[in-house]
Every structure is written in structure tokens, then in C-alpha cells.
Design a protein around this ligand. Structure first.
Ligand SMILES: *Cc1c(COP(=O)(O)O)cnc(C)c1O
Length: 427
């Protein structure tokens, strides 16, 4: 028989050894930050100092990383990038925007943020990403855009979504907040939509604490994005005399201040240099987990065929169909977390069921009537109940660390009846 679960007082699978920390500063990070500190320019909106701002240097580096055809507009957050993307694509008051019913809250709050109406579409049960057929079914004459999200370690069915979008002439906004470096048909995620949006929040694969970027291959959209992130100003093509502002007030398009600080941009230039190596380590370890967990009955999240480079923001896995049927996944996660000394948790709940999704709590979203009509999303609901996940930092560990994870999942499965009993008693 297997040993008593740690959550019930038994010995844990893993004790004492720490997991890799996150974020991990790149070798050049301290110098890059010190350089900005002494430069006399902490914002792209500050006067020109005679040298290229970090904002421009990061935009060039990330643009190259994405394949060289995209302009990059750095932003204060992924949320800011998404809002600017929606507005750049002309989405506004009362428009409908189709998005997956399962994602981080920002995918939906940003639609509300531009006064549009989120229309949730169901997901593919294996990839957890939006189902192109569900997108097609959700299109109405009021649809103004489609937001596709690459979730955890999957790329969405871009061929399918882009096909529906072109059939109806709709712009696609590609929420790539969790997919830095991933490739679909050998091209980087984020470069398929009219605009790609990235987050460089603390938890993400490429981070400066708080930051983001909107990217596009369309020069007109790029110009709109620049105005939208910098209070209606955009960069001059030829720098001014030192001491003069580098942003010009065109009055073309009203914006908001969503600029990334020079510190964030300088840090991202350095962090970007280690992204590929970290993505490789994570993918190698994820393969070990896929094999080990599949063998004992778990079902790892899959990615869409056509994914040529897979990256892992989170490792997500479905519980075996015949186990834990009477226990909520929270109880399974508590048991796994206790065995491993790291947080394992249920994946995001469906957005409509998320306590963070509460448009009526803010008076600015005067859309109550339109928000009411929501179709049921059975695949989102099933996934929310049956998938669990943990952060990518664990995948930066050793193969030995992966064995601990597989052993913990195995031990918890072997004790499934104890967890069910415990959960029933508590309930
Ligand atoms: C993190 C995230 C965002 C928002 O990014 P922030 O930088 O936190 O504003 C949007 N969409 C998805 C899918 C995310 O994971």
C-alpha cells in the first residue's frame, strides 16, 4: 500500500529541496538597470538625451526575435497591450468581441475596458484554447473582433480561427501573454493576428515585473498603437536635439499613458537573451512529465497540430477520468501541493464563473443588458473542474525534480479514496 498523504500527516514526497526561483535576473540585468538610472531618462516620454531610449532598443530586439517583420510597441502591461490592440483595431462601445470562455481575467476585462461586450466561445477539450467552430457560431452582425488566447502550454488553432476571421472580415487579436517564443508552422506566436499582445508581468516567460508589448506588421496599426499608449503622441522618425521631447504631439488619435518605463525596457533586453534556453529546459522537462504522468493515467494538456515550438507558461494536466470523481480538484491540488512543497492549483475557472469577472461592480461598464445573454460552455466547465496546473518555474529544475512531481501525482492517485473521504467529511 502507498504511504499516508502529506496532507493527512504522512511524509511528503519531497522535503527541504527548494524549487527554482522565479524570476531569474539575466547576467546583464544589474548593469542595464544601473545604466538607465544614470542616463537621465527614465521614460520614453522624457526628453531625448542623445542616445536611443531602451524603449526603442527593446522594440528592435523583440521585433528581431519575432522574425523581423513586426513593429513592437512596448506597454506598461499585457492589459495595456490588449486594450491598445482592441482600440487600434477599431473596437469600441457596444461592439461584440468573441473570446475563449476560459482564460486569465484580463482577456475579458480588457474587452469591457474598451466598452465592448465579451462574447464567450467554448474551447477545444484537449488544448483548452478557443474552438474555431464555436467562434464561427458566435459571429453576429455586431462582432467587431476575435481574441484568440494561447493558454498554458498550448497554441490555439490559428489556421481555424484565422479562417473564420477572414470569412467574416474580422481582425484577430492574438493574446500571447503566455506564449513568448512559441512557434506555429515555424513562425512566432503573436505574429499571426492583426495585433499580437504580450505580457511581461512577473509570472510570465519573459518579464520585467510589470510590462507588455503590442506587435503588428501593419504600419498604420503600429502608428495607432503608439498614439494609444502615449497620450496621443508618437516617436519622431529623426531624433530631436538633446533636451527636446522625442515624442511628438500629433493630435491624430487620443491615447492614454500606457508606456513601459525605461527600467522595464532595459531589463527586458537582457531577459530576452535567456528566453530560448529557458524555453528549451522547460520543454525537455515537460516531456519527462508527459511520459511519466500519461503512464499512470493523467492526461497532459495538448497543443494544436502545427505547433513547431512549444513553450510552457504553466504545466496543465487533466485528472484521470475514473479517479477523484467525488472530490473537487481543490482537494487534489491541496494534496499535491503538500507532497511537493509548491503550489499546484486548479486551472482558471471559466471566465463567467470567475469571482474576478464582475462587470456590474464597476459603473463604467454600462452594458448590463447585453452581458446577460451567455450561452452555456460545457467544455470550459468540464476543464475548469478536471485540469490542474503549476507554474513554469518548476520546469526549470532537474530531471530528478520531475521524478518527484510524477511520484507525487502517483501517490495522490493511489490515495484517491482517502482524498474523496476527506473531501466528503469536510463538505
Ligand atoms: C497575464 C495575462 C494577461 C494580462 O497581462 P498583465 O501584464 O497582467 O496585464 C492577459 N492575458 C493572458 C492570457 C495573461 O496570462
Amino acid at each position: 500500500m502507498s504511504q499516508t498523504l502529506a496532507v493527512l500527516g504522512g511524509p511528503a514526497v519531497r522535503t527541504g529541496q527548494p524549487w527554482p526561483r522565479w524570476p531569474q535576473p539575466a547576467p546583464g540585468a544589474v548593469d542595464a538597470l544601473g545604466d538607465v538610472l544614470e542616463s537621465g531618462r527614465w521614460s520614453v516620454a522624457a526628453p531625448y538625451t542623445g542616445r536611443k531610449p531602451a524603449d526603442r532598443r527593446f522594440a528592435a530586439a523583440f521585433g528581431d526575435y519575432l522574425g523581423g517583420r513586426h513593429q513592437v510597441v512596448p506597454t506598461a502591461s499585457g492589459t495595456a497591450a490588449l486594450m491598445a490592440a482592441l482600440e487600434a483595431c477599431g473596437v469600441g462601445a457596444g461592439d461584440e468581441v468573441i473570446l475563449p470562455g476560459l482564460s486569465w481575467i484580463a482577456s475579458a476585462s480588457t474587452v469591457l475596458g474598451v466598452n465592448a461586450v465579451p462574447v464567450f466561445a467554448d474551447i477545444d477539450p484537449l488544448t483548452l484554447c478557443i474552438d474555431p467552430q464555436a467562434v464561427a457560431d458566435a459571429v453576429t452582425p455586431r462582432t467587431a473582433a476575435i481574441v484568440v488566447v494561447h493558454l498554458y502550454s498550448a497554441l490555439a488553432d490559428l489556421d481555424g480561427v484565422l479562417g473564420v476571421a477572414s470569412r467574416y472580415g474580422l481582425p484577430v487579436i492574438e493574446d500571447s501573454a503566455q506564449a513568448h517564443g512559441a512557434c506555429y508552422r515555424y513562425r512566432r506566436a503573436g505574429t499571426f493576428g492583426a495585433v499580437g499582445a504580450f505580457s511581461m508581468h512577473n509570472a510570465k516567460l519573459l518579464t520585467c515585473g510589470e510590462g507588455g508589448a503590442a506587435v503588428t506588421a501593419d504600419p498604420e496599426l503600429a502608428r495607432r498603437l503608439e498614439h494609444l499608449r502615449a497620450d496621443g503622441r508618437c516617436l519622431r522618425t529623426v531624433p530631436p536635439e538633446p533636451g527636446m521631447p522625442e515624442l511628438v504631439e500629433t493630435g491624430e488619435l487620443m491615447g492614454s499613458n500606457r508606456c513601459l518605463s525605461e527600467f522595464g525596457a532595459a531589463l527586458l533586453i537582457e531577459q530576452l537573451k535567456q528566453l530560448d534556453a529557458q524555453n528549451e529546459t522547460r520543454a525537455r522537462n515537460a516531456k519527462v512529465l508527459d511520459d511519466g504522468l500519461t503512464e499512470i493515467g493523467y492526461r497532459p494538456q495538448q497543443t494544436t497540430p502545427g505547433t513547431t515550438l512549444r513553450v510552457y507558461f504553466g504545466y496543465a494536466v487533466e485528472l484521470p477520468a475514473d479517479a477523484f470523481t467525488a472530490a473537487p480538484s481543490q482537494a487534489v491540488c491541496a494534496a499535491l501541493s503538500a507532497e511537493l512543497g509548491m503550489q499546484v492549483r486548479p486551472i482558471y475557472p471559466p471566465l463567467l464563473a470567475s469571482k474576478l469577472y464582475a462587470p456590474s461592480s464597476r459603473r463604467r461598464f454600462a452594458l448590463a443588458g447585453q452581458l446577460a445573454k451567455a450561452a452555456p460552455l460545457p467544455r470550459c466547465e468540464h476543464a475548469g473542474r478536471r485540469f490542474v496546473t503549476f507554474h513554469h518555474s518548476a520546469l526549470l529544475g532537474s530531471e530528478r525534480d520531475m521524478e518527484d512531481i510524477v511520484n507525487a501525482f502517483g501517490k495522490v492517485l493511489a490515495n484517491s479514496s482517502a482524498i474523496q473521504e476527506e473531501a466528503t467529511n469536510d463538505g
